[in-house]
Design a protein around this ligand. Structure first.
Ligand code: SAM
Length: 270
């Protein structure tokens, strides 16, 4: 089979990956969902033409969006993930000692259904007793949420239902939903291809949070391969706790070094 999937990442850039099979394809109430089999990246989950996760590189994103903020919190017990219906972030959160509740707030039930069926190694944490799944809009949910230690925004790009997940009011509602030492993190796109989104997220988060930091990780199937995360903290950041974790990308050194930014990224958020 010589069929190629092409993700149009900007008007001028696309990423092409040869596919071996289309395992699932449907239009859900919210988006177009596809599961593709590839030689290079294994199985790929695609929403509205954008790669969300692949079996080959998912560990980078899921480890970095969870362990970095959790280890900066003194004692995270109640954690929420907004978006993230594939379950990868929940799997990582549950590796940390002391977690009592991990809530997942996903708007589209079909994403989780696809993940459980085609990505069991990513979705495995969803069966844990500490995992609580809410199929609802994260923008509305966060307004009534309280006493969370860490909230993670594992969203799609800022279009359609995810647009409000990049708004300053949403970050203020997250602030209110967090406990005294609370920390949030949001995926904030690529510094090469979406610098304006990074600036928007950093500005929005810093309107509510006294401490705002950006960190980076390398995710080959995301636009440009270099990905950013924006962290907001209610308290000054302390040195990260040291906890033994079984990971493939995250290490104690990466916990600290991921905050050291290339100069062009520093300039972007100055
Ligand atoms: N790691 C991915 C990335 O950056 O490409 C994101 C993964 S995850 C699959 C994103 C999820 O956010 C999708 O399943 C989508 O349905 C969900 N989502 C989008 N808008 C949402 C909203 N307003 N509330 C809750 N979930 C939302």
């Amino acid at each position: 089979m010589n069929t190629w999937f092409s993700e149009l990442q900007t008007r001028n850039v696309s990423l092409g990956i040869r596919i071996e099979d289309v395992l699932w394809h449907e239009k859900t109430q919210y988006q177009e969902l596809a599961v593709l089999q590839t030689e290079a990246y294994g199985r790929m989950l695609v929403l509205d033409g954008a790669i969300q996760t692949t079996t080959q590189d998912e560990f980078v994103y899921h480890e970095m969006i969870t362990h970095v903020p959790l280890l900066l919190h003194p004692n995270p017990r109640r954690v929420a993930v907004i978006g993230g219906g594939d379950g990868g972030a929940i799997r990582e959160i549950l590796k940390q000692p002391g977690i009592e509740e991990a809530h997942l707030i996903e708007i589209d039930e079909k994403v989780m259904e696809a993940s459980k069926r085609f990505f069991p190694e990513i979705a495995q944490g969803l069966e844990d007793d500490r995992a609580h799944v809410h199929f609802t809009d994260g923008i509305a949910w966060v307004k009534q949420a309280r006493d969370f230690d860490v909230i993670i925004v594992d969203s799609t790009d800022p279009v359609g239902p995810a647009e409000g997940l990049f708004a300053p009011e949403f970050y203020q509602n997250i602030y209110d939903a967090l406990s005294r030492d609370g920390i949030m993190v949001a995926q904030s796109e690529s510094p090469f291809l979406e610098p304006d989104i990074i600036q928007r997220v950093v500005a929005g988060v810093s309107r509510s949070f006294p401490v705002t930091r950006l960190y980076l990780a390398s995710v080959p199937t995301y636009p440009s391969g270099l990905w950013s995360f924006t962290l907001g903290s209610k308290q000054p950041l302390r040195p990260a706790r040291r906890v033994p974790l079984e990971t493939r990308y995250w290490t104690p050194n990466i916990q600290d070094s991921c905050f050291h930014l290339p100069r062009f990224v520093e300039d972007l958020i100055r």
